[in-house]
Design a protein around this ligand. Structure first.
Ligand code: HJL
Ligand code: ZN
Length: 184
């Protein structure tokens, strides 16, 4: 079934969602970020796709994990799509309809390379009925204003009714990992 809001009909699922340890999942995303090769012109970010009903990790990714100039969020989506043998742009058809994304840094809305921003990849992740399946994005830090000025990623996601939630507590470590290889 692919009906927006259906998950709230089942109280047991709502309770399970409350029990999800967001900080622990953000730490797992940070472990991904640590695997990213440092590059002076971007950030080392880690991300997870998680089943919002039960907290199960569905895919993991980090910046430059996949071939090409790839972002962490993009790698998660592409890896899950690959596992189900669908193209990345159709990954919403095989993801649970209550998927959440954990990312150490706010998803990008503009890329200096001109590649498709992760915000647009997240928004287009729809099931066959046309509903976005990524309902919530948990983020560890806002993107620093170093490469693209103020990143409007969070605002654009929220315009599309994708809730963005800051998970506090790991900012210093996330930024240290993210800026590895940058000139100080
Ligand atoms: C997020 C990533 C990553 C960034 N942000 N959320 N996940 N690398 O995996 C944002 C930064 C862009 C630069 C350079 N980084 O990556 O603004 O070369 O990396 O397209 O704008 O753009 P390219
Ligand atoms: Zn991105």
């Amino acid at each position: 079934m692919c009906v927006e809001g259906h998950r709230f009909d089942d109280p047991s699922q709502t309770e399970a969602a409350h029990a999800i340890d967001h900080l622990a999942l953000m730490r797992e995303a940070l472990e991904e970020a640590k695997q990213s090769p440092p590059k002076p012109s971007n950030y080392c970010v880690g991300a997870l796709l998680v089943d919002g009903d039960n907290g199960e990790v569905l895919a993991r990714g980090y910046t430059l994990e996949l071939e090409g100039n790839t972002h962490a969020e993009q790698c998660c989506l592409a890896k899950f799509a690959q596992a189900f043998d669908v193209p990345e742009e159709r990954v919403g058809e095989v993801l649970p309809t209550n998927t959440t994304l954990y990312t150490t840094m706010e998803p990008c809305n503009l890329r200096l390379s001109g590649n498709l921003p992760c915000v647009d990849r997240i928004i287009r992740t729809k099931c066959k009925d046309g509903h976005s399946v990524i309902r919530k994005v948990y983020l560890g830090v806002k993107e620093p204003e170093k490469f693209v000025g103020e990143n409007k990623g969070r605002a654009k996601l929220e315009e599309h009714r994708i809730e963005c939630i800051h998970v506090p507590g790991l900012e210093n470590e996330i930024l240290k990992v993210a800026t590895a290889g940058h000139e100080k």
